[in-house]
Design a binder for this molecule. Structure first.
Ligand SMILES: [Zn+2]
Length: 322
């Protein structure tokens, strides 16, 4: 079966045509609108679907369904609560709008859940029954697979790993609460902490590296370079992030006894194996079960996980409509 998988992000809309489980036969990437309304976003989603079909040399009727991974809380094809996509804060039927436009069955999932499905079906978590996927980038996202199926929770809010509290009354998180994992391990939170430290007179090369590389903000690559240059402020921030991830992952494992934890996302990918080993070491002392059986493994699909997972979940609606 051929499906289309759309990964809607705050910056890009990445779309693939998926043939079978893991053959990507076409792809397209367009910029996510930063202004306007949800109608404009749906227009760009539709354009990306046609671009990916063109790239694959296929017509629209050659695919069975479209899957979309979106930020926000997803319930029955509706999405709400996503502040980084125009018009996605208030709940509406994304599946309905895209279906109207493209006349194909549409399945919508949370973006991180879609990425977890991708890693579970064809990536680092293949063959595992219970899996937690964690993506460390601008924020810290989590996706859960329980008994081999994505677990989205009663109100679509499951898997919010980034907002597990690891320090009561701790640092302010981008979500507005205190002490979440993301308040320490998310890149956006680390950049804010670095800006505050710099304003208070602490030396850091982070912003110089950003300018040298011509980046509008400190990317994961900028963090990697600052660490390589021996920036002690950034090293301390990353250490705090590793401790928070370790405590958070152990807490999640103690609750769910998953078989494996996949660690991915822009920052984790850039900082590589050493980062993962250090998160693993930070996790171990907090694990309840002994000997611990859980494995912390590197994500395998990189940026493609979300779009591939969206293409896979699309099959549910394709099968339902045939
Ligand atoms: Zn939070």
């Amino acid at each position: 079966m051929r499906t289309v998988g759309v990964d809607l992000g705050g910056t890009n809309i990445s779309t693939i045509v998926l043939d079978g489980d893991d053959q990507v036969v076409g792809e397209a990437k367009l910029k996510t609108p930063t202004t306007g309304d949800r109608g404009g976003v749906v227009e760009v989603i539709a354009a990306s679907v046609f671009d990916a079909l063109d790239d694959a040399g296929l017509e629209r009727d050659a695919v069975a369904a479209i899957g979309i991974g979106t930020p926000g809380v997803v319930v029955d094809g509706t999405v709400g609560g996503a502040a980084n996509v125009p018009g996605f804060l208030e709940r509406f039927s994304l599946a309905g709008l895209v279906k109207e436009k493209l006349e194909l069955p549409v399945r919508v999932a949370n973006d991180v859940t879609a990425a977890a499905v991708g890693e579970h079906q064809v990536g680092a978590g293949k063959g595992v029954s219970d899996l937690l996927c964690i993506f460390v980038g601008t924020g810290v996202g989590g996706g859960l697979i329980l008994n081999g199926a994505p677990y989205e929770g009663g109100q679509g809010g499951a898997g919010e790993f980034g907002h597990l509290v690891v320090r009561q009354g701790g640092a302010v998180c981008p979500c507005g609460r205190r002490g979440c994992v993301e308040a320490y391990a998310g890149r956006r939170a680390m950049v804010l902490a670095a800006e505050r430290a710099r304003a208070a007179g602490t030396a850091t090369v982070l912003f110089d590296v950003m300018e040298e590389k011509g980046k509008p903000r400190p990317t994961s690559g900028v963090f990697k370079e600052a660490l390589a240059r021996g920036d002690t402020l950034i090293a301390d921030l990353v250490d705090d992030g590793i401790e928070a991830l370790g405590a958070g992952i152990a807490s999640a494992v103690n609750l769910l006894d998953v078989d494996a934890v996949v660690l991915g996302g822009g920052l984790a990918d850039k900082l590589g194996e050493r980062f993962r080993f250090r998160v693993d070491a930070a996790m171990r002392p907090h694990l309840f079960l002994h000997p611990p059986r859980v494995e912390l493994v590197e994500a395998a699909l990189g940026d493609h996980a979300g779009a591939i997972g969206a293409g896979i979940v699309a099959r549910e609606v394709a099968e339902a409509s045939t």
